[in-house]
Ligand binder design. Structure first.
Ligand code: ATP
Ligand code: MG
Length: 392
């Protein structure tokens, strides 16, 4: 019995003029993600990509597993391939759907006929196959309104396919159709989720991380690198920039009022991030901030941070509760890494009483006094870059 996978697009099917480009990008990504599994044929029609393994050893579950991490796919179905002959469709359907249909009480059949030369019309296919299935599984009843299972028959150019049930895809839009942005990636729970959410909308994500040795350890950096590697499963290849931040943090601690420390540090991170972003041709920055989560993440604090930014700053977690962020982190498998207890440069000099409503003029004056210009240039100069690749 030959099985295939049907990957159906989501909202991109509606994107009018762009539809062709979106489909091309998705088609390429599907092929790229599946290539390491072995030989397959790919075809596409009517907002669906048909994937047919050519090699006995390829497991359909492995195909589905990989495709569930590809943005742009709304649903996935596994189907059996039939000859374009109703007797073959009938026999295979009984065989293939046995396990599914033995467990339910009601069903209906829907047919789609792309090949209009097929001798039976859709209503006739539904009626005939419905009859066959009722005979083969006498406990079954037809319910056209709220069936437990919908059996689909799809008559295409070279073959017909029969399937029942569907799995949820990753949703969103294909990677690379939404621009490119630089994620400020810490070792925490929120920033990997923020990166994932932007990638889901088709944005290519690169990452920048600030380290302050010896206050932060090699192990802490390794943890963030592990996060970046994990993120590639959804985000594709990620360029990872690492910025030496010690000198700046020490200067801030020496020169600025303690209560402004966090906000100034964040502003300097943004200044550096946007220089790197410009070199990398990223169009925006992404952070994992969420309103009110901690004292440094008030709206007023974000206003003060954004005052140094010339490019848009996206904060997709801004309106999520911590529990909602954690739910996503678990789903994308970053949670267990994020909760490993290693220090972040932010936690090294955390002020006891950060300013909850910082005033921009005072912050700007404090930053001026800290004379950070050359240090910022040195930090950018000393930034290193490596790439994490999707594990194929
Ligand atoms: P997260 O869980 O993402 O670490 P958080 O709740 O710990 O977030 P903060 O430590 O206040 O929040 O950091 C807010 C945001 O600033 C992070 O989401 C991240 O985008 C950025 N950030 C913080 N520390 C670093 C760092 N060392 N390198 C890069 N970005 C950072
Ligand atoms: Mg953090």
């Amino acid at each position: 019995m030959k099985e295939v996978v049907l990957a159906k697009y989501g909202e991109m099917a509606l994107k009018g003029l762009n539809k062709g480009t979106f489909e091309d990008v998705l088609f390429k990504q599907i092929k790229r993600r599946l290539r390491p599994l072995g030989a397959m044929t790919f075809s596409r029609a009517q907002s669906t990509v048909y994937i047919e393994p050519q090699d006995e050893s390829i497991r359909i579950d492995d195909i589905i597993d990989r495709l569930q991490k590809v943005f742009g796919i709304a649903t996935l179905c596994r189907a059996v391939t039939c000859e374009k002959d109703f007797d073959d469709i009938r026999t295979r359907a009984v065989d293939y759907l046995r396990e599914t249909l033995e467990d339910v009480e009601t069903f209906k059949v829907e047919a789609k006929r792309a090949d209009k030369t097929f001798p039976m019309k859709s209503p006739e296919i539904c009626r005939e196959l419905g009859g066959t299935l009722c005979e083969a599984f006498p406990h079954l009843r037809v319910d056209v309104h709220e069936p437990d299972v919908t059996v689909m028959v799809d008559i295409r150019d070279t073959n017909a396919y029969v399937y029942a049930g569907k799995l949820r895809g990753a949703g969103g839009l294909p990677l690379g159709t939404g621009g490119k942005a630089l994620l400020l990636l810490s070792g925490g729970i929120d920033s990997p989720v923020a990166g994932y959410m932007m990638a889901k909308r088709g944005v290519l994500v690169n990452a920048i991380h600030f380290v302050s040795p010896p206050y932060t350890s090699d192990r802490a950096l390794l943890k963030v690198e592990e996060l970046a590697q994990k993120m590639t499963a959804y985000c594709g290849d990620i360029k990872f920039y690492c910025v030496p931040f010690t000198e700046i943090q020490e200067q801030l601690r020496r020169r600025c009022p303690e209560e402004y420390f966090t906000i100034l540090m964040r502003r300097v991170m943004m200044l550096i991030a946007q220089q790197i972003a410009a070199q990398d041709e990223d169009q925006a920055l992404i952070t994992g901030e969420s309103i009110g989560q901690v004292a440094s993440q008030t709206m007023q604090a974000m206003v003060c941070t954004d005052a140094v930014c010339r490019m848009p700053v996206f904060r997709p977690c801004v309106a999520l509760d911590k529990t909602e962020i954690i739910e996503i982190a678990r789903r994308i498998d970053t949670f267990d890494i994020s909760i490993q207890p290693y220090e972040d440069c932010c936690t090294v000099f955390t002020p006891r009483h950060p300013k909850i409503r910082p005033q921009l003029e005072l912050i700007e004056a404090a930053q001026e006094k800290a004379e950070l210009g050359e240090m910022i240039a040195r930090a950018v100069e000393g930034t290193t870059c490596k790439t994490f690749h999707v594990e194929l």
